[in-house]
Design a protein around this ligand. Structure first.
Ligand SMILES: [Zn+2]
Ligand SMILES: [Zn+2]
Ligand SMILES: [Zn+2]
Length: 237
């Protein structure tokens, strides 16, 4: 399938849904975006979501391709509609096919949709300001002065960070999603194992590398890098 934005062929990823079935997702790393067919994004298992986070961490770049004109659905070729959505209090956007073939979503917005991104607290901004003067906006890449405030002057996004607590909540959602389904005797065991994995990965506090990453590439990318390092070291997936 060709990327709606740059027309390069997207890479197809075979992942697992939380019901154990296969989910195919397309990724364009130059555009930093995924194509999800209808509802695929909602079906991802915890392990698959972590796999996508790892992919994002390994392929994120500070530079972003300029916005292009009309994006078209790779299935029906109709123009995709720019859509604002809300996950909790977090705004995120994507381009969707009005005939519901699917949607094109940037890495950063996917992380927002999965509630892996949260705004910095005032205390965290004070803490960061002690070590850094500017950080790069995780939405648009522009430098944001920490002394001027907590919002990117270029795109209006609040300064954001990868929320390390979110995997716990994600697992809770997953449990709820599994409830109406027929009872799988292995499910609670699988969930317990996934929970341990997640705690293992997201447990420790930021290290020295995190701090140098924050000043070089921004808060969200620094969090992703630390996850990629831990995933590589433990290889739990
Ligand atoms: Zn592309
Ligand atoms: Zn379509
Ligand atoms: Zn920005």
């Amino acid at each position: 399938m060709d990327c709606p934005k740059c027309a390069r062929e997207m890479k197809e990823l075979a992942l697992e849904s939380h019901l154990g079935t296969a989910v195919a997702i397309d990724v364009c790393t130059p555009c930093q975006a995924f194509w999800f067919d209808k509802y695929e994004s909602l079906k991802l298992s915890a392990g698959s979501t972590l796999e996508l986070m790892k992919l994002i961490g390994e392929h994120s770049t500070k530079e972003q391709l300029p916005e292009s004109g009309i994006l078209r659905c790779p299935r029906c070729w109709d123009p995709l509609r720019y859509t604002n959505d809300l996950q909790g209090s977090t705004h995120f956007t994507y381009f969707r096919c009005v005939s519901e073939h699917g949607r094109f979503i940037r890495f950063f917005d996917f992380l927002k949709e999965k509630k892996f991104i949260r705004a910095l607290t005032p205390q965290e901004i004070v803490q960061l300001r002690k070590s850094l003067q500017t950080v790069n906006c995780s939405n648009c890449g522009a430098p944001v002065s920490l002394t001027a405030g907590a919002v990117c002057a270029h795109c209006g996004s609040p300064l954001s960070i990868l929320d390390m607590k979110q995997p716990e909540r994600m697992l809770e959602q997953l449990r709820r999603a599994a409830e109406p389904q027929p009872v799988d005797p292995h499910l609670s065991l699988k969930l317990a194992m996934a929970k341990r994995e997640v705690e293992h990965i997201f447990g420790p506090a930021p290290d020295d590398q995190w701090w140098s990453d924050v000043s070089a590439i921004g808060l969200v990318q620094a969090g992703l890098n630390s996850i990629v390092r831990r995933l590589k070291k433990n290889d739990p997936l």
